[in-house]
Design a protein around this ligand. Structure first.
Ligand code: MG
Length: 366
């Protein structure tokens, strides 16, 4: 192969690798909602997948940009959720500035790593005045940033949909005064289970809203999916901002069959999903052991079973996407080269390219 042709064959790979290293936010840009789908800047439906940090007031040590980078690079998260605890002692309720610092460390880390980030008001009760003030501040600060998604009520427990809806409208109004378009996630009543009540009386007059459903696969199954299907049929966009494989108490064996059924259902409906949680508590749903460093770089022996399995699932989807992107990128690069007529005169380059594409197809099929 002549040097010139070799250089152009190498160029295809360099351009292609440039594509696959594209960060999720560079690739998808500003998000919006179209029908029941979360869509990227080009209007194509996308699925975000990632993990939630545990309550910031109990596991603040993981709230730093290095751990975000690790979750983006090694776990292939395209989104992380910063769960700002509101209510318990030591949470936002009595440590406002410190709490904002923790949340913003994750938000700024996600911006640096080019992934999406959810600012989650992790409360079980309505605290409207504080929520309005907090989200107005966040919207002012991050509203122009495509990375940021607001989740305004983690899991309502005892409040009716009517109450949650009124609260949500007040918070949405405050956000929209500063930020007209970033995605807002609205909580569903009764631990994010009663999506059917939301579907019968959704919020009107605002765009880019989605509603949250949470599941723990050893507790929740077909009944919650049926409710969610009912909502989807009525045009309600759903985001699963918290989920995992064990029972809802977070501390039983993982039901893999049920968990996989949920993942298949979410993927089939292009619903984004997040696993709970980055924490080192002695319970099944906390994904890390106490040996895990604050700043990522976790080895398999630092992960608990749910961490190992969640990472495997996220990497499986991340790698599948990378392979598809590589093929697309190689096609784009080679068309460009073809246009310049170099490869037409270079059968070695063609053969090299075809073999490379075949090998990637084999990896995907495997
Ligand atoms: Mg905006």
């Amino acid at each position: 192969m002549k040097l010139k042709h070799l250089l152009f064959t190498v160029a295809i790979f360099l351009i292609a690798i440039g594509f696959i290293n594209a960060q999720p936010v560079n690739e998808n840009g500003k998000l919006s909602v179209k029908g029941t789908f979360l869509v990227n800047e080009k209007g194509n439906a996308i699925v975000l997948r990632g993990v939630s940090y545990g309550w910031h007031n109990w596991w603040p040590r993981f709230y730093n940009k290095e751990s975000v980078k690790w979750l983006a690079d090694d776990w292939k998260c395209t989104v992380v959720r910063a769960a700002m605890g509101v209510g318990p002692r030591g949470s936002y309720t009595d440590k406002k500035e410190w709490s904002k610092e923790k949340i913003e460390a994750v938000v700024n880390g996600a911006i640096e790593s080019g992934i999406y980030v959810i600012i989650d008001w992790h409360s079980h009760e309505i605290k409207q005045e504080e929520a309005v003030a907090f989200f107005a501040e966040m919207a002012e600060k991050y509203g122009k940033n495509p990375n940021v998604i607001y989740e305004i009520f983690n899991e309502p427990v005892n409040d009716s949909w009517e109450k949650v809806k009124n609260y949500s409208i007040a918070v949405i109004k405050a956000i929209r005064e500063k930020d007209p378009d970033n995605i807002i996630l609205v909580g569903s009543p009764h631990w994010d289970q009663d999506i059917h009540l939301v579907a019968d009386a959704p919020i009107t007059g605002y765009t880019n809203l989605m509603y949250t459903v949470h599941f723990y696969a050893a507790t929740h199954g077909k009944e919650l999916r049926d409710r969610s299907d009912y909502a989807l049929k009525k045009g309600i966009p759903i985001f699963v901002s918290e989920s995992a494989g064990m029972k809802a108490d977070g501390n039983s064996a993982i039901d893999y069959q049920s968990w996989n059924t949920w993942i298949d259902w979410m993927e089939a409906n292009k619903i984004s999903w997040i696993s709970w949680s980055i924490a080192d508590k002695n319970e099944t749903c906390s994904m890390l052991k106490v040996t895990a460093k604050d700043t990522g770089n976790w080895k398999t022996e630092d992960l608990k079973e749910s961490g190992i399995k969640t990472r495997e699932k996220l990497r499986e989807f991340g790698n599948k996407n990378s392979n598809l992107q590589l093929i697309i990128a190689m096609h784009k690069s080679s068309i460009d080269i073809f246009k310049r007529r170099y490869l037409l005169r270079n059968s070695c380059g063609n053969l090299f390219y075809i073999l490379s594409v075949l090998s990637i197809y084999c990896r995907i099929i495997k």
